[in-house]
Ligand binder design. Sequence first.
Ligand code: FPP
Length: 250
Amino acid sequence: MPSLPELDKNNIPTHVAIIMDGNGRWAQDRGLPRVMGHKAGVKSVNAIVRAAGELGVKVLTLYAFSTENWNRPPVEVQTLMSLLKSYLEKELESLVKNDVSLRCTGQKEKLPQEVQKVLNQVIARTSLNKGLILNLALSYGSRNEITMAARCLAQKCCAGEIAVEDISEEVFSEHLYTAGLADPDLLIRTGGEHRLSNFLLWQASYSELYITNTRWPDFDKDHLIDALIDYQDRQRRFGKTTEQVLVKES
Ligand code: FPP
């Protein structure tokens, strides 16, 4: 098991994004219904939010519900929505106390009214907090996000509010749900699958990827530290050569 001293506290990724996968298999391995895996996954959400703040991560994005997840069996969708609502209700005071600011990335308007209500309350109550930004990806899909940004920019062009030649990568980024947030430095996927599943396709262009077989309900602070240590061993070149990077570092 890694211990804290191995971690370089001066090289903590600013933004960590996580695909929290493996809940269903975690439950099925134990002879439990899949939804029990999601219930167990909430404990990991709590542990990782706390740990990320303690370790100095500035933004934590959690992929909690994708646009495609609406196609799951109704009982699973209902359970996930009710877990989300109860998480927000139960954790509000703790988020406030720990200076965490909540954000939502995705089609918030597609969520059930009662979830939207509590989500908006928690966002409002934590909006002035200066610690960790907890960004929940809810009813989120990158293709939807990119399509919506393109549509919005096309409308602005038609209305004469922006010139076609003024649409830059920066302007495009500001029309995504993640506007104002730095791109993820580290993208973790639990549960062992090697794919992005429609998550942050634009923003993860230069994210370091870390895939672990550990299923989300088993993922704890030590696993997060493992991922950060692995990240710290990477050389981020952003398309440049090793020599160019080393000259800049020296
Ligand atoms: C993927 O595992 C996980 C999800 C679709 C939902 C994640 C939700 C939680 C961790 C709990 C609720 C969230 C919050 C923020 C309170 P899977 O079901 O696809 O697992 P499998 O690949 O083993 O089937």
